[in-house]
Design a protein around this ligand. Structure first.
Ligand code: FAD
Ligand code: NAI
Length: 478
């Protein structure tokens, strides 16, 4: 293939495919290159990136199944329902997850055809710059060179691997292997108590595995609001997750029996964790190594990320942009999507804007943890005077009725202006509740604004309203 486009997007994940669709909506002639087949039975490159294939969507499908299983096995009895001997068919659970992934990735193919976006099947890399714009070489099914004046790099990230723990995705797994175990391991080890470790650790614990998490840092979820992380830690330990903080990992050995991890605990005592399988979830690294960025005069930073302008996501090469996991900022699908939309609109001459302070985070454990804006520790470090308001789900009728009364909503408002500076939730449906806080913060709302808005009763959203009122010490139901 040798063709000229207005915009060539490299990578078909949430950053790339959304950028391609928005650019096509704006009238550009667009192509998008994707190389990874993931588990496609025909070995065809699949759209959707990490998120749809081996990230957000499959992990949430497994979280949903395992939550159903845990509720049926342990919690529906509180409602007076008796279910005897519930069993889990892990293969069926995995097949259901795979069906969801296939449906979602196929849906993007449909959207590409609808928006007349050319899919380039193969690995893209830079060749140089000519009169028609940047030249991009495609290696794979659609081999050839394409050109465009505007390029959007959306090549995403991959799991960080450690030399002492070679990932084979059988015994030692990253996210890809951990999403397709054929059976529930009796004993599961997890390296890293971050987002993936907690979500996937929860999945397999709920299905019956004895899960031990080994975390190098001495604090639990150090980036999360301290009080919120403490509450979550307490609840996870109660559920039976063995979380060991402040450990130092030593030798890791595999044998027919499984994996053996030597480590020293926070007191310096030598310990060994023997498990059937090990998940290594110690962060992710950007996919920039095989792009031949030098051909267009670009360099990555020392961690492999592509430096971009804070407001436009343009790189040092004019007309070349980068979005999503491959650039600074949180590695989140919705952040990648928003940057994809932003870049397409920048190319069209519009003036879009992203407020990175208003990007919500969610950890899909049970209960969920969600937040937006500043934590208490950040506000203290900045010396900004604030008023905290907290309200427990335990005082909310809907949460009690649902049997999900753990946790709270915490609102942090400016002490003088009452502007909402941060909202932190640990509790049921936190992923949905946090959207109200994100909207409020985008509109620079005051805590009083949420307090004055009529919320449906009975609903979990009333906890958000009460927490907003609590910043002024006037929660009504406490
Ligand atoms: P990616 O999704 O990684 O997509 C990049 C694509 O580019 C890939 O398909 C890759 O094959 C392709 N590519 C790379 N190089 C080339 C090349 N040279 N030529 C052609 N194609 C190329 N985020 C959330 O917001 N919510 C969640 O619940 C969530 N859950 C997650 C669970 C797990 C287990 C993992 C691993 C991640 C999760 N994430 C979640 C993070 C989320 O998946 C990423 O932030 C998001 O996918 C980033 O989007 P992206 O488009 O930047 O990159
Ligand atoms: P993470 O950065 O969330 O957590 C990694 C953890 O591993 C950290 O706590 C770190 O201290 C620890 N660690 C690092 N090296 C270690 C070592 N040698 N020994 C023991 N512990 C070690 O990374 P994770 O969980 O791999 O996820 C990657 C990213 O993917 C997340 O940061 C997030 O951006 C994204 N993601 C988002 C999800 C969501 O939005 N719900 C779900 C899953 C992933």
């Amino acid at each position: 293939m040798s063709q000229n486009f207005d915009v060539v997007v490299i990578g078909g994940g949430p950053g790339g495919y959304i950028a391609a669709i928005r650019a096509a909506q704006l009238g550009f002639k667009v192509a998008c290159a994707e190389s990874a087949a993931y588990d496609d039975p025909k070995g065809e490159p699949r759209l959707g990136g990490t998120c749809l294939n081996v990230g957000c969507i499959p992990s949430k499908a497994l979280l949903a199944t395992s939550e159903e299983f845990e509720n049926i096995s342990h919690h529906v009895s509180d409602h007076g329902i008796t279910v005897k001997d519930a069993t889990i068919d892990v293969k069926k659970m995995i097949a259901r997850k795979d069906d969801i992934v296939t449906k979602m990735t196929g849906g993007i193919g449909f959207l590409f055809r609808k928006n007349k976006i050319t899919l380039l099947k193969g690995h893209a890399s830079f060749v140089g710059k000519g009169t028609d714009g940047y030249q991009v070489k495609i290696d794979g099914k659609d081999a050839g060179t394409v050109t465009a004046k505007n390029i959007i790099i959306a090549t995403g990230s991959k799991a960080r691997h450690l030399p002492s723990m070679p990932v084979d995705n059988e015994l030692i797994c990253d996210n890809e292997g951990a999403l397709k175990f054929g059976a529930t391991p009796k004993k599961l080890g997890v390296i890293g108590a971050g987002v993936i470790g907690l979500e996937l650790g929860s999945v397999w614990r709920r299905l019956g595995a004895e899960v031990t998490v080994l975390e190098a840092l001495p604090t639990f979820l150090g980036l999360v609001d301290e009080g919120t992380a403490k509450e979550a830690h307490k609840l996870f330990i109660k559920q039976g997750l063995n979380i060991n903080l402040g450990v130092k990992i030593g030798d890791v050995k595999t044998s027919k029996k499984g994996v053996s991890v030597a480590y020293t605990d926070s007191t310096g005592a030598a310990k060994t964790l023997d498990c059937d399988r090990l998940i290594v979830s110690v962060g992710r690294v950007p996919n920039t190594d095989r792009l031949n960025l030098e051909a267009i005069g670009l360099k990555t930073d020392e961690r492999g990320f592509i430096p971009v302008d804070d407001h436009t996501c343009e790189t040092a090469a004019s007309g070349v942009y980068a979005v999503g996991d491959v650039v600074r900022g949180p590695m989140l699908a919705h952040k990648a999507e928003d940057e994809g939309v932003l870049v397409a609109e920048v190319i069209a001459g519009q003036k879009p804007h992203i407020d990175y302070n208003c990007i919500p985070w969610v950890i899909y454990t049970s209960p969920e943890i969600a937040w937006v804006g500043k934590t208490e520790q950040q506000l203290k470090a900045e010396g900004r005077a604030y008023k905290p308001g907290q309200f427990p789900f335990g005082a909310n009728g809907r949460a009690l009725g649902m049997g999900q009364a753990d946790g709270f909503v915490k609102v942090l408002a400016d002490a003088q202006t009452d502007e909402i500076l941060g909202v932190h939730i640990v509790g049921a449906a936190a992923s949905d509740l946090i959207a109200e806080a994100a909207v409020a913060m985008e509109f620079k709302a005051a805590a009083e604004d949420i307090g004055r808005v009529c919320h449906p009763h009975p609903s979990l959203s009333e906890v958000m309203r009460e927490a907003a009122l609590a910043t002024d010490k006037r929660a009504l139901n406490m």
